[in-house]
Design a protein around this ligand. Sequence first.
Ligand code: BGC
Length: 779
Amino acid sequence: MKTLPKKQPIFANDGWKVVENGFDEKNNFLSETIFTVANGYFGLRGNLEEPFYDKKQTFKATYINGFYENYDITYPEGGYGFAKIGEAMVNLADVKSTKISIDGEEFSIFSGKIIEHKRELDLREGILKREILWESPSNKRTFIQFERLAHLKYQHLGIIKIKINPINFSGNIKVISSIDGNSSNMLETEDVRVGSGVEKFPFKTLKTWANSLSGFLMQETKKSKLAYGCFANHILDFEAQCNSKADIEKNLVIFEISFNASKNREYSIIKYFSYYTERDLSKELIEQNCINEVSNAITLGYEKLLSEHKDFIDKFWNISDIEIDGFEGIQQAIRFNLFSLLQSTGRNGISNIAAKGLTGEGYGGHYFWDSEIYILPFFTYTNPEIAKKLLIYRYNLLDAARDRAKELHHKGALYPWRTIAGSECSAYFPAGTAQYHINADIVFAIKRYFEATNDIDFILKYGAEIIFETARFYVSLGSYSQEKNGKFCIHCVTGPDEYTALVDNNAYTNYMAKMNLEYAVYIYDLMKNEYPEVLDSLRKKINLEQSEVNEFKTRAKDMYLPYNEKLKIIPQDDTFLSKKRIDLSTIPEDQFPLLLNWHYLDIYRLQVCKQPDVLLAIFLLRDLFSYEDLKNNYEYYEPVTTHDSSLSPAVFGILATELGLLDKAFEYFRYTVRMDLDDLNNNTKDGIHAACMGGSWMGLIYGFAGMRTKNNKLYFAPKLPKELTYISFKIKFRNSDIKIEIYNNKAIYTLIEGDEIVLSHYNIQFSLAKEESKEFLIE
Ligand code: BGC
């Protein structure tokens, strides 16, 4: 097992908070990511309010999920079917920045004296709080507080509250608030994982106006031609002189609030702001919707808005919270991760979960298979209505996926490896388009969603069409090979492990494509028997004949599933086992991640894995494999896996638990769950690792609680590592909410809500009636 990084925590440990005491400029990039507040629609990176001036350790950003600019993907030597037009999430007008001057002395973290500085992300309230006790160069002490939130219920609304208290003086205070449309994007850097092809300032400002304490700015992207608007208004609890100015040339709206402050009184300014884009509604409606959003908010008032925000988050925690006792920092980290997932996740059917959430520009704000395989499990079993929206997003991309399949001369639909609005944005096809498993990953998530919810309406309206079109695609992708005993093979693909590319018969792809084909037949038969009219109209719509469904069945039956008798393992692909096996201990630490330090050709030539591939197939399709299969493959692939992808350790941890390797399992879990809070991969500055966060939920639920599903039933096989003494969590399955509590020696299952349910604890099957609890020993 490769040694996994460990670091001293940067943030104070607290079960419900992430706290930064003091201010250390060198951690600021990281803090900005960690202190992001977002609501699935927009995200405010955790920048300080006051200007940073010439200091470099900051990246000021605001994003809207699914709002993008296009860019040309250029190749000196291009090729047919290469991705040509990229989409990247863009940095939008900033409303956070605020200048505060005390009798002409401007507050800055770098001037005067910072006597106290504290930032706190309250995970139970969903609010970022900041407190500063500042002494100006002429010894005037001011206590300044900021609160920032992205409203979870009203997703177009954000609020910033500023409180200023002159401690030892009376004097003039000036606050300059703004809507600053000069935000810039990160350019492509040496790190292939950060920056996009979008230009630094990709906007044309269409409109600005200001009127007393309210103002509006509207911009449009130069290439994607998408407009967005931002409106703000301020409510003060004191008399002040207010001036505002809108300057379209400078892309700026500013509000100047000047007042004579008395010693020891608190002055409060509440800034309400809203964003709408042309992806939500037509351009003409943006301005009015922005204004209405804020006006309604002001009518409701701060306290009411806060309580509605809190109600939303209470409901979320009520079903999603995981309580953990044991190893320090695990409780805090899991809550931070689950909260970050909520913050990152689009809920409108036209957005999804970017690899870095709404916290930074890593991976261009693109959506990957990360959503379906690593993050959806959490939502499917706790907040299925969010899971549904994420899957509807995929449905809304189906036409684009059909076009892409056609472009590549295939049938059915091929989902893009990375995208925002549907076009393939992966410029490096060997680790992009070639990852044809994305289709089956989406179908796998649909299958799990349907199993967990029995939401037949979803299948009839959206799911079936995706399942049939992707099955069609795999039929046209593969071919029969006499060399492989007349089996159906899939050539020239890349599996999940990006350190091996363009191979034949990648086991993961073949197994998952087979699952996709079989599930298409299952759903077809189910519809034929129970919803023949819906099936008829879908068949007409997509021209699906019974003969084609018969093909799905035969291709699935004939699928080539590789196995190596001598080693008793599944070869990752046709040539993997013949390559030179790497000894990871001979590679200096500074060479990892290999992708940044080695040419891909040198990586592809070796038996080395970035992340689980065969092992992921075993985990996802667990029923198809024996314990021996799991053990043999784990022992074979673990020593050659670098975990250079943050998606990797969670799956190893889950499988290690099943194999009884609890020390290893905990180590993989620790690394997964603390990835961002401790910046273990040194790149959280570019954004959170959303899939890894989903992996931390999986590590607890599939790993230590041993949850599996089979034939529409839930199974548990709990086993805690010595570092943990208690875990408790809830699962929604069908019409039941179940609470599971795990101690070192026993597990308690309670049906808190819903219909009687049959569960299994290891091989003991039992049923639970409403509010009934049953306890079992863990050997
Ligand atoms: C991983 C992919 C993943 C992507 C985005 C890459 O490093 O290899 O599996 O989808 O990151 O998170």
